[in-house]
Design a protein around this ligand. Structure first.
Ligand code: PLP
Length: 356
């Protein structure tokens, strides 16, 4: 009854969503601050009677707002139920059954699951021991000459490592790729630079963005992609007719319009990130230079698993990925200053407890 490929699938494991409101949740890269008050205003004025009607199937107003934000035409914009939906649709639109999907390792652990759902080959490229991309000193990619795939997910900044690949290397990667490259920029608003320019001038690049992190709307489920009109048309052809609800469209419009509120929110988080990095370094952690709203940190003495368990016992959740490349590290979301202080105090207590 159930397809063999589905029976064999190891499903994606999302971060834990505890019911207890007192838990300090630094495990899923959510924004600790609310979205712009304009979102609250639209919600307060929302007439439930409007829900009798189906929504605009192509989210015209939202696409227009996003197009204005990026200085492009609406036919370059696709919107979806979270950027996860963008990624899933790409695997259906751009990969034949005998094609392959590529990504770096470690990066977003959803990509191999999406490839398994499509039952197509996976071609991961390993990052080096320092989680850097395989690029030589001259900026050239050191990939096997025959490396190719129909679709490549390039997470930048990367998750869970928080590092940013320089724009010149990203461009070179897209230029050497014959297939579609999706630049997954879920965290890019927290970084120094982005690669939206590539989506606007290359015909094989889509930039995927999320409203879940910098816009503080993870619960709304809105993401989008920008790229060449033929790629956007392909996604439109296969999406669910009404993939974004009316309320999601209206609230996302309000959020995207208030770009300055998003920038202010990001600035707060970036300031707290620096404080978190300093605090972790003082505790002997090795912390990679973060360009995201989380840090990737390796405890100095205890194992990451021990620290994860110690924090959990103190009702602080962070993320631990138990893979060969990832199990020495913890991914810690940047929360409020108070949450970060509580985290640092708990980490100090865990160290202390272990010494006594
Ligand atoms: C790299 C990356 N891409 C995409 C997503 C999905 O974001 P969304 O909430 O828009 O589906 C995430 C979520 O954690 C992510 O880490």
């Amino acid at each position: 009854m159930i397809r063999r490929s589905v029976q064999a699938l190891t499903a994606y494991t999302p971060g834990e969503q505890p019911r207890d409101p007192d838990v300090i949740k630094l495990n899923t890269n959510e924004n600790p601050y609310p979205p712009t008050p304009r979102v609250a205003a639209v919600l307060a004025g929302w007439d439930p009677a409007a829900l009798r009607r189906y929504p605009d199937p192509v989210s015209t107003a939202l696409r227009d707002r996003i197009a204005a934000l990026h200085g492009c035409r609406r036919d370059r914009v696709f919107v979806a139920n979270g950027s996860d939906e963008v990624l899933a649709l790409c695997t259906r639109a751009f990969v034949e059954n005998d094609g392959a999907i590529g990504y770096f390792e470690p990066s977003y652990s959803l990509y191999p699951v999406l490839a398994d759902i499509r039952a197509v080959d996976k071609r991961p490229i390993a990052l080096d021991a320092a989680f850097a991309w395989p690029v030589d000193a001259a900026g050239a990619w050191t990939l096997p000459a025959d490396y190719a795939c129909a679709l490549f997910f390039f997470t930048n900044p990367n998750a869970p490592t928080s590092l940013l690949c320089p724009a010149a290397a990203v461009r070179a990667f897209c230029e050497r790729s014959a297939g579609v490259v999706v630049l997954d920029e879920a965290y890019v608003d927290f970084a120094r630079e982005d690669n939206m320019a590539l989506a606007l001038d290359r015909d094989n690049v889509l930039v995927a963005r999320s409203l879940s992190k910098s816009y503080a709307l993870a619960g709304l489920r809105v993401g989008y992609a920008v790229g060449a009109p033929p790629l956007v048309r392909a996604l439109d052809a296969i999406k669910d007719s009404y993939n974004l609800g009316a309320l999601a469209q209206a609230l996302a419009c309000a959020a995207v319009e208030d770009h300055s509120a998003m920038r202010a929110n990001v600035a707060r988080i970036v300031a707290t990130r620096e404080r978190l990095v300093r605090g972790l370094a003082a505790l002997g952690y090795r912390v990679l230079p973060s360009e995201t709203n989380f840090v990737w940190a390796r405890p100095g003495r205890l194992s990451a698993q021990e620290v994860f368990d110690g924090l959990r016992a103190r009702r602080i959740l962070v993320r631990f990925f138990d893979g060969p490349r990832t199990r020495a590290f913890l991914r810690i979301t940047v929360g409020t200053d108070d949450q970060v202080d509580a985290l640092l105090a708990a980490l100090a207590a865990i160290e202390q407890e272990d010494r006594t």
